[in-house]
Design a protein. Structure first.
Length: 675
C-alpha cells in the first residue's frame, strides 16, 4: 500500500478544510467514491481531534430507484455506517439523497408511453441526466442556498475520478483541467473541485480498500461489503502488482444500454442471486425487441397546424400494457418470495405512485380507456393472474421510416365548440356548484379566457397525494374500473384531478386542457382504433404537409388545403373499420358515418339531417352524452319523444351507409329504439 499517496490525498483535503471551505462529496458508494469519502471523513476526524474547527460536509448521493437490488442494499448499509461514524466523532456532516421526480422515473417515463428506454445506439444518456444529474443538481442548489446564509466561502466538491480508469476518462479529466494536488475550477459549473485520488492506480485503490476492510487503516466502516459486491459481479478478475482485483461495473437493474455483465455474473453464481432473474429477463426482452416496429405507436400525440404525424415512435398501447403486466407480476413474485424468506421485498418496479401516474397519463393521451392500468393491477394483485415475459431473440436493426402526415383539422381547438367540456372543464361540478351550496372543486378562468378546474397546484410537474392513492386502491378500485368502460379515454385524468390524486404545476393547466381536448377529438374521430395501414393510405410527406400549411396561410386562402392526394380524416374514411362490438355504441358511430357520407355525396338534405342528429344526440360534453339517451332518461315520456325524433333517421341511415359495413339491421333498430 502506497501510504505516501494516502497521506498526500488527506493533506490536500485538510488544507481545504482548514481554510473553512464547506465540503461536498458526490458519492455513488462504488469503489472510487467510497475511497474518496473515507479519505474526507477520516481527514475531518483528525482535524477535529487536533482541536481545529471542522467545516460542514454534505455527502450527496443519487438514488435512481432502479439500482441493482444488491447494490441498493449495499448503499443502505454503507450510509448507515457513515452516519454512525459521523455521530460517533461529532462531525458536522450529513447525508443527502436525491431521487428523480415521478415523471422522470423509469417506470412512469417508459410505461406511460412518454419515452422509449435508452438503448445503446442512442447518442445521449437521457436516463442519466433525468435520474441522476438533474436531481443531484437540484439537491446541491438547495444545500448551497442553506450554506449561503452561514458562510461566504465557496464550497468545494470532492470527487473520485482517476486518470487510469480509462483513456477516455483521462482525456476528459485533462480537457477540463482536473489536477490531483489542489483545487481546480469546473469549466461548466464554475464550481470549486477537488480530485484527491486522480493519480491513483487500480492497485493503489484496491490496496487501500483491502487495508480498510482488514482494519489496517482507519475507515468509517467495514468496507468488506463493498469488496464482496464487486467480487459478486465479477466473472474474470484482474491482477496488478500481485493484487487480485474484481473487475465489474454496476448500473440500473434493467439498463438497456448494453449487456449487464455484473448481473450475468451474479446469476451464474447460483441460488443466492436467483431472485434477480426476472429483472434480467425483462432487460433482455426490451433490448431484443428494440427494432420491432410492430411494438411501436404509429399515431403521433400532438396535432400541429391541423396535421397529425404517422410513424413509429414510443411503445404501442399493447406493448405498454404488457410491460405493466410483466412489471407488476415481477413485483408480486418478489413480494411472495421475500415473504416466504421472512425478509422485506428487495425491489419494486411499480410503486403505487407510479401506477396512478401511468394510469393518468394513459388517460391523458388516450393510450387506453380510463382506469385500464388499475384493471391490470387488480388482475394481478387481487385476482392472482401472472404474466411471464416471452423469450425473444435479438432483432436486427431496421431503418426507421420518416414520419408522414395526415390532415385531421383543428376542430378540437374551437372555443365554445363540441370539445369545450372535454378538457380541464367539468360540467358536472359546474352544475353542482351553481345549483347547490357548492363544496365541490370550483373552476377558474385562465388568461386566454378558458375555464378549467381550479385544482390545487404544485411546484412539481406532477405531485401525487398519498392519501388519495390509498383511497383509490383501497375503496374505489372496482367502481373506477367499471366507470372506465362507460367514459371517454380522457375522463380518467380529469377524474383524478377532482379526487385530488395529484397536483399540477400552475403553468401546465393550459397545455393539459389542450391535450385532453385533443385526445377526445382523436377518440371521436376513431383515430386510435384505425389500423396503421389505413392511416398510411391517407398520409402525405413532410414536404407536402409544409407546402399545404404554407398555402393555407396565404392571404385570402379559405377552406381546406389543396395538397394533392390529401384527405381530411373523418368518419367516412373508416369504411373498413369494424363497427362497434356493443349495440349501445352503434348510434354514435352510425350518425357520425352517415353525416360524413352525406357531406361527401353532397346530399344537402341528408347532410342537414345528420348534422342535427350529431348536434342533438351527441352533446358537446362527452362525459354526459349518455345522459341524453333514452336508456338514461328517467322520464319514459321524455325518452319516447327523443326516440320519436331519431327513428325517422333510420331509413336515411340504411340508404346512406355503404353496404360493405355489413351492419345487422337489428343492431340499428335496437340502438335507435334505445336512443
Amino acid at each position: 500500500m502506497d501510504t505516501a499517496k494516502i497521506e498526500k490525498a488527506k493533506q490536500i483535503i485538510k488544507d481545504v478544510a482548514e481554510k473553512g471551505h464547506p465540503l461536498f462529496t458526490s458519492t455513488s458508494w462504488g469503489k472510487d467514491s467510497t475511497a474518496t469519502l473515507n479519505l474526507v471523513l477520516t481527514s475531518l476526524k483528525e482535524l477535529k481531534e487536533q482541536g481545529l474547527e471542522v467545516p460542514p460536509l454534505f455527502i450527496t448521493t443519487a438514488d435512481t430507484l432502479l439500482e441493482n437490488p444488491e447494490m441498493a442494499s449495499h448503499v443502505q448499509r454503507e450510509m448507515q455506517s457513515a452516519q454512525s461514524y459521523i455521530a460517533k466523532h461529532d462531525l458536522n456532516a450529513r447525508i443527502e439523497v436525491s431521487t428523480p421526480n415521478l415523471l422522470s422515473q423509469w417506470a412512469v417515463k417508459t410505461i406511460s408511453g412518454r419515452n422509449l428506454p435508452v438503448f445503446a445506439n442512442k447518442g445521449t444518456r437521457d436516463c442519466t441526466v433525468d435520474m441522476k444529474c438533474k436531481p443531484l443538481e437540484s439537491l446541491k442548489n438547495k444545500l448551497m442556498k442553506e450554506l449561503a446564509k452561514e458562510t461566504a466561502l465557496k464550497p468545494v466538491t470532492c470527487i473520485g475520478t482517476r486518470y487510469l480508469e480509462s483513456s477516455g476518462r483521462e482525456k476528459r479529466m485533462i480537457d477540463r483541467g482536473e489536477i490531483p494536488d489542489g483545487i481546480w475550477v469546473d469549466p461548466e459549473s464554475k464550481g470549486l473541485m477537488l480530485s484527491p485520488i486522480a493519480d491513483w492506480t487500480d492497485s493503489d485503490l484496491w490496496q487501500y480498500l483491502y487495508a480498510c476492510s482488514r482494519g489496517e487503516t482507519e475507515s468509517y466502516g467495514d468496507l468488506s461489503s463493498l469488496i464482496d459486491i464487486y467480487w459478486a459481479g465479477t466473472s474474470e478478475a484482474a491482477s496488478c502488482d500481485g493484487i487480485e482485483m474484481p473487475n465489474c461495473r454496476y448500473g440500473c437493474a434493467i439498463c438497456c444500454v448494453g449487456r449487464d455483465r455484473s448481473l450475468e455474473a451474479m446469476l451464474a453464481k447460483g441460488e443466492r442471486y436467483a431472485y434477480m432473474q426476472s429483472l434480467y429477463d425483462l432487460q433482455r426482452f426490451l433490448i431484443n425487441t428494440q427494432h420491432d416496429l410492430s411494438l411501436r405507436q404509429w399515431v403521433g400525440r400532438s396535432i400541429t397546424d391541423g396535421y397529425l404525424a404517422i410513424g413509429p415512435d414510443v411503445y404501442s398501447p399493447e406493448m405498454l400494457e404488457n410491460l405493466l403486466r410483466y412489471c407488476l407480476t415481477i413485483d408480486v413474485q418478489e413480494m411472495e418470495s421475500a415473504y416466504n424468506a421472512g425478509i422485506a421485498p428487495r425491489f419494486q418496479l411499480i410503486s403505487p405512485e407510479a401506477l396512478i401516474a401511468i394510469d393518468a397519463l394513459w388517460s391523458q393521451q388516450g393510450v387506453h380507456r380510463s382506469f385500464h392500468a388499475l384493471e391490470i393491477y387488480r388482475d394481478i394483485y387481487v385476482n392472482g393472474k401472472r404474466y411471464q415475459i416471452p423469450v425473444t431473440a435479438p432483432g436486427k436493426p431496421v431503418k426507421i421510416p420518416e414520419a408522414r402526415y395526415i390532415e385531421v383539422g383543428k376542430g378540437w381547438e374551437d372555443r365554445g365548440g363540441k370539445y369545450e367540456y372535454c378538457g380541464m372543464r367539468d360540467i358536472h361540478l359546474e352544475m353542482v356548484n351553481e345549483q347547490g351550496d357548492g363544496g365541490c372543486l370550483e373552476h377558474k378562468k385562465l388568461k386566454d379566457g378558458r375555464v378549467v378546474l381550479d385544482a390545487e397546484s404544485s411546484k412539481e410537474a406532477f405531485e401525487i397525494n398519498q392519501e388519495s392513492i390509498e383511497f383509490i386502491l383501497g375503496f374505489e378500485l372496482d367502481y373506477l374500473i367499471e366507470l372506465g368502460y362507460r367514459m371517454p379515454r380522457s375522463y380518467g385524468y380529469k377524474h383524478y384531478i377532482t379526487l385530488g390524486a395529484f397536483k399540477l404545476n400552475s403553468s401546465q393547466f393550459l397545455s393539459t386542457d389542450d391535450i385532453l381536448r385533443r385526445t377526445t377529438f382523436k377518440e371521436f374521430e376513431g383515430i386510435f382504433e384505425m389500423p396503421v395501414e389505413e392511416l398510411m393510405e391517407l398520409t402525405i410527406s413532410a414536404e407536402d404537409m409544409r407546402l399545404a400549411v404554407a398555402d393555407s396561410l396565404r392571404p385570402g386562402c379559405v377552406g381546406d388545403s389543396h395538397q394533392p392526394g390529401a384527405r381530411v380524416l373523418t368518419a367516412s374514411n373508416r369504411a373498413t373499420k369494424p363497427y362497434p362490438k356493443k349495440p349501445q355504441d352503434v348510434a354514435r358511430w352510425l350518425i357520425d358515418c352517415a353525416y360524413t357520407e352525406a357531406r361527401l355525396r353532397k346530399d344537402k338534405i341528408a347532410k342537414e339531417t345528420f348534422r342535427k342528429a350529431k348536434r342533438d344526440y351527441l352533446p358537446a360534453d362527452a362525459e354526459i352524452a349518455e345522459y341524453y339517451l333514452f336508456t338514461r332518461a328517467e322520464d319514459p315520456q321524455q325518452g319516447q319523444q327523443q326516440s320519436a325524433k331519431i327513428i325517422p333517421i333510420h331509413d336515411k341511415i340504411l340508404d346512406i351507409i355503404p353496404e360493405q359495413h355489413n351492419i345487422p339491421a337489428n343492431w340499428i333498430q335496437l340502438d335507435l329504439l334505445a336512443a
